[in-house]
Write a protein that binds this ligand. Structure first.
Ligand code: ATP
Ligand code: MG
Length: 328
């Protein structure tokens, strides 16, 4: 079976963007792949995190994976820091990555601009850790949002560079980017990506938002004065809502346009909100139950770490050997 690896940072509460851009596709792909789904806590600390909140979110994300339909029996679910090979491999790969390459990463540029003075070296190195995550598992496919495409290309470059320098070691992974939910945009500024670390809560829908909050946020979503539900670059707010509805219902943007011909934004928005509520309600119910079952979740991430450690350590030894380290 081919291998999938993907993960989400516990750097904030998960948004509809994380769900439609990542998790929903993992659920679709899980039966046909040997899948590793990780909560990437090492990545989260590239920006400041409150310890108690980091712990809480790490467990919540694991619960959300399961509640969304990822089967912990068939897939490997684990917490990144429980597999030390990720940190070790990241150091090694750092030495095969150029400063110039990392400096060109648009996510680093965006995030460091926002942070001002206090930019950690970890934020700069982040894509190398991500390359380690992926390459340790002989990954074929990485299902991510479009914002991660550049990082994935770097992972491929690092893999190819290492393979050429020594001998074939890493599988060169492919990105899997969903067509319609590739980049869900901020509801208040539809030219920016919806992100869990944003400040304005009206810009994002959280997976755990109540139906009332979801309806309110969608009804306040920024649109335009055109007044026609049309899938057009000139109407980025409406385009975003169409993408959301399309990713949830499976209808194409054209079918949605047709369905809402002659219909005002208020009705359309109300239907989008209903679609989101219908999608998220059952997941929310399951999360609330799971979160209280600490022993079950602990069992899942411990078993996951055991399997992940086994696979990752094998690859780590292989890398160390190629580099010329003395075997332990
Ligand atoms: P942060 O602001 O802390 O970076 P984030 O919302 O960007 O948070 P990540 O943990 O960086 O979340 O990304 C997890 C996964 O969710 C990745 O696969 C990413 O591509 C995907 N993703 C994040 N935001 C969106 C979005 N708006 N649309 C589609 N996919 C998204
Ligand atoms: Mg991000």
């Amino acid at each position: 079976k081919k291998v999938i690896f993907s993960g989400i940072k516990p750097s904030g509460d998960l948004t509809l963007g994380n769900y439609l851009g990542a998790i929903k596709n993992w659920v679709k792909l899980q039966d046909n792949y040997d899948s590793y789904f990780c909560v990437v806590d090492l990545h989260a600390i590239t920006v400041k995190q409150e310890p108690a909140l980091l712990r809480k979110r790490t467990i919540e994300i694991l619960a959300l994976y399961i509640a969304s339909g990822i089967d912990p029996e068939k897939n490997t679910l684990f917490i990144q820091s429980h597999v030390p090979a990720h940190s070790e491999a990241a150091w090694l790969l750092n030495c095969y990555t150029y400063m110039g390459e990392l400096g060109r990463m648009t996510q680093f540029k965006d995030k460091s601009q926002k942070l001002g003075e206090s930019i950690s070296a970890g934020l700069f190195n982040y894509p190398v850790l991500m390359a380690a995550d992926i390459l340790l598992y002989n990954t074929d496919l990485v299902p991510v949002g479009k914002d991660q495409k550049q990082h994935l290309e770097l992972a491929r470059d690092i893999a190819e560079r290492f393979n050429n320098l020594y001998s074939p070691t890493f599988k060169v992974p492919e990105a899997y980017i969903p067509e319609r939910a590739a980049k869900i945009m901020d509801l208040q500024d539809p030219t920016r990506k919806m992100s869990k670390s944003e400040d304005n809560p009206n810009g994002y829908i959280l997976l755990m938002d109540t139906p009332e909050v979801i309806k309110k946020k969608i009804s306040r979503a920024v649109t335009d004065t055109v007044g026609v539900v049309r899938y057009s670059e000139e109407q980025p707010g409406i385009m975003n809502l169409i993408n959301i509805m399309s990713a949830i219902t499976g209808l194409t943007p054209e079918e949605i346009e047709r369905k809402y011909t002659g219909c005002g934004y208020a009705q359309f928005k109300s239907d989008v909100a209903d679609a989101i509520v219908n999608e998220l309600s059952p997941i929310q119910g399951k999360v609330k139950k799971l979160i209280n079952d600490k022993t079950y979740l602990e069992d899942v991430y411990k078993k996951g770490a055991e399997k992940a450690n086994y696979v990752a350590n094998k690859m780590l030894r292989k890398i160390q050997k190629k580099i010329g380290f003395i075997p332990r």
